[in-house]
Each structure stands twice: as structure tokens, then as C-alpha cells.
Design a binder for this molecule. Structure first.
Ligand SMILES: CC(=O)N[C@H]1[C@@H](OP(=O)(O)O)O[C@H](CO)[C@@H](O)[C@@H]1O
Length: 371
């Protein structure tokens, strides 16, 4: 995360590690089954911190660390961004089929999961699916405590269309779209009793309002049986989240706890929905600020004619969607496209890139259709 991206709030003092791990440890102890997890630390800070914390994990969760920074370079051929954008495992990690693996980025504020299936296909489980797993778990607990605490999921335009559809139509959770950058998601998430926010690239966390925290604590003390158990579970999970900012280690522990508690394998988690094939491209233009956007960056307002061109191209493909926006961190314009097949998503992204190049002052060689 760039320093300018950090949400405008103080980093709170965290509970003691022993307290934080109480939920995952209880989850892992239950089944007595060993749950190995391979972690690519992107040669960054996550390796040091995870090593310190390993001593607090119960035997149920065994983490094996890779790219711990003794030889490789930070984020080089490894880490969450590399895995997400190349849709392949990081260098330096050996993966067998069906092994659950995850990658942090160098500063450990993003996490993505992945595995190889028995046919050797690589499956990425990104921030959208992490949000789906966590919000379905929280929603189940809310139903059990029977309180009308509202829960909302916050995404950006990069969220896969299948994830938005799953959250809205299957889970019946309201979904909101904000501009790219965690500060925007964080801000929106503060409007809910429970605000779950994740960018597709794995940045994210969950925020609980003070009123929700108090209600849950009270129910954990005063209610009985099933209701009390659910409230206690919620109380523990609140401690586990880092509510100051997205935190790969804390998100990893939440995911591991939820998978263990629900008895889900990585494949079952992945099967919640199927991502629509998508493609992201970059276009170099003389001045990226000639592109201005609205509707949480999903529509281009300027230059004239660009949005109309995108709309015309999107109509040529099935289940398609595309948008363009100037990057906030690089001197480029980003193009995103999704469609019913990888070939269509690639072709749509290429055609939209050409439209950006022509209508928004492209420089250098015009975009080529090679993936
Ligand atoms: C498409 C994409 O991944 N965009 C990233 C990237 O922002 P851009 O404004 O797209 O350059 O860097 C941000 C900071 O790390 C991150 O929050 C965001 O998700």
C-alpha cells in the first residue's frame, strides 16, 4: 500500500497475541486434523512477523514459509501482485495438487490464496472470494444471534462480476462500489454495523461499529446456548481483524479459522462461484488526466466519445463489462475487461486499449493483441 493510501485513522494498539489467536487456535484444535498452509512472504516483512507468531499457533495450523528474504528480492517473481497478475505460483515455492497456498505482498497488507487442481490447473482465490467467505460466515453468525445488525460488502470496479452477483443474489448481502484505493473502501465500510471491504488484489479487512461491538459483547455475556456461542464467536473474530488497515497475517488467520470451523477445503471455498475470465492492460498516454470518470470510475466522462466507444465494444461480447481509468499510482491508464471466455476478455481489453490510445492521446507503439 502506498503511504498516501492509508486510511485516515490511528493504528490501534492490538490485543496480546495469545488473545488474538484464541479463535483460530480453538478452530484448529477442534478437528485434531493438521491443516498445512504454504505461505509466500514476497521476501518482505511478513516473513519476520509470521516467524514470531508461529509459536502462538496451535498444532492444527502448520505454516511453511517461502520467499522469506534471505536470498530473493522484495516482490520479485513472487508476492500477491505477481501471483494475481500472472495467474501463476510464485518462484521459490513448490506446489503439489490441492495444497492450500497463499501469497502476501512485501509490506504484508495484501493476501491472495491459490492451488493447483488434480488436472494441473492453477486456481486463484482473490480478495473478492476472501470477502465472500468472510461475509457468508459473519452473516450466518448474525442470523444465529438474531440481531438486526447490518452488514455490507464494499468492492471496487475491479471486483469480478461473478463475485458481485454471488454476494447480491445468492448471499443477499448489499454490495457497494467505491473508487479504487483502500481509503475509499475503508471510508464506505464505516457506514455499516459490519463493513467487509476487499479489493480484488487482496487488500482489505472488516470494520465493526462501536455499537455493534458493544451489542455483540453484551450478547456474549447475557444470552444462552446457541445464541451465546455465536456471539462469543463474533466477539473473538472482532479481535482477530486488524480494523486499522488491511493486514495479510490477520486476514490469513481469519480465513484459516473460517475454513477450519466450516470444515471447508480450498476447492470447496473456490467453488462458491466461478470468476468471469478477465484481463487488465495498461496504456501509455501523454497526459492520463485527460480521462476523468464517474460512477465509482466505471464510466469515462472525458475525453468525449471514449465512453461511447467502450459501450459499443462491450456490446460485441457476452457477459461483458469494461472500463478505463487513470491510475492513481503509475503514469498510465488502466483498462479492465471481463467476458464469457478468456479469448473474448482479451479481445475486448485490446479493443478498448486501442480506443484509449486513439481518443486519449496514446504515446509510443499502439497496443498489440498479444497475451
Ligand atoms: C487495479 C489495481 O490493482 N490498482 C491498485 C493500485 O492503484 P491504481 O490507482 O490502479 O494504480 O495501487 C493501489 C495502491 O497499492 C491499490 O490500492 C489499487 O488496488
Amino acid at each position: 500500500m502506498a503511504s498516501t493510501e492509508r486510511p485516515p485513522q490511528k493504528v490501534t494498539t492490538r490485543s496480546s497475541p495469545r488473545l488474538l489467536w484464541s479463535l483460530p487456535n480453538r478452530a484448529f484444535c477442534g478437528g485434531g486434523e493438521d491443516r498445512p498452509l504454504k505461505v509466500d512472504c514476497a521476501n518482505g516483512i511478513g516473513a519476520l512477523k509470521l516467524r514470531e507468531m508461529e509459536n502462538y499457533f496451535s498444532q492444527g495450523l502448520s505454516v511453511q514459509l517461502f520467499n522469506v528474504g534471505t536470498t530473493g528480492k522484495l516482490n520479485h517473481l513472487c508476492g500477491a501482485d505477481f501471483v494475481k497478475s500472472h495467474q501463476k505460483p510464485p518462484q521459490g515455492m513448490e506446489m503439489k495438487s490441492n495444497e492450500r497456498c497463499c501469497s502476501f505482498d512485501g509490506d504484508a497488507d495484501r493476501i491472495v490464496y491459490y492451488y493447483y487442481d488434480t488436472d494441473g490447473h492453477f486456481h486463484l482465490i482473490d480478495g473478492d472470494k476472501i470477502a465472500a467467505l468472510i461475509s457468508s460466515f459473519l452473516k450466518e453468525l448474525l442470523l444465529e444471534i438474531g440481531e438486526s445488525l447490518n452488514i455490507g460488502v464494499i468492492q471496487t470496479a475491479y471486483a469480478n462480476g461473478s463475485s458481485t452477483r454471488y454476494l447480491e443474489e445468492v448471499m443477499k448481502v448489499p454490495v457497494h462500489c467505491t473508487k479504487t484505493g483502500v481509503k475509499h473502501l475503508h471510508h464506505k465500510a464505516q457506514e455499516f454495523d459490519i463493513g467487509v471491504y476487499f479489493e480484488a488484489n487482496g487488500h482489505g479487512t472488516v470494520l465493526f461499529s462501536k455499537a455493534a461491538e458493544m451489542k455483540i459483547k453484551q450478547l456474549a455475556k447475557e444470552s444462552e446456548d446457541k445464541k451465546r456461542k455465536a456471539a462469543k464467536m463474533l466477539e473473538n473474530i472482532i479481535d482477530l481483524f486488524n480494523q486499522a488497515a488491511g493486514d495479510a497475517i490477520s486476514d490469513m488467520l481469519v480465513v484459516e479459522a473460517v475454513l477450519a470451523l466450516k470444515g471447508l477445503t480450498v476447492q470447496q471455498w473456490d467453488a462458491l462461484y466461478t470468476d468471469l475470465p478477465n484481463r487488465q492492460l495498461k496504456v501509455k498516454v501523454a497526459d492520463r488526466q485527460v480521462i476523468s470518470t464517474t460512477d465509482a470510475e466505471r464510466q469515462a466522462v472525458t475525453p468525449p466519445g471514449l465512453q461511447e466507444a467502450v459501450n459499443g465494444l462491450v456490446k460485441k461480447y457476452k457477459l461483458s463489462r469494461a472500463f478505463v481509468r487513470p491510475s492513481g499510482t503509475e503514469d498510465i491508464v488502466r483498462v479492465y475487461a471481463e467476458a464469457d471466455s478468456q479469448e473474448s476478455a482479451d479481445s475486448l481489453a485490446h479493443e478498448v486499449s486501442l480506443a484509449v490510445f486513439q481518443l486519449a492521446g496514446g504515446v509510443g507503439e499502439s497496443p498489440q493483441p498479444n497475451f
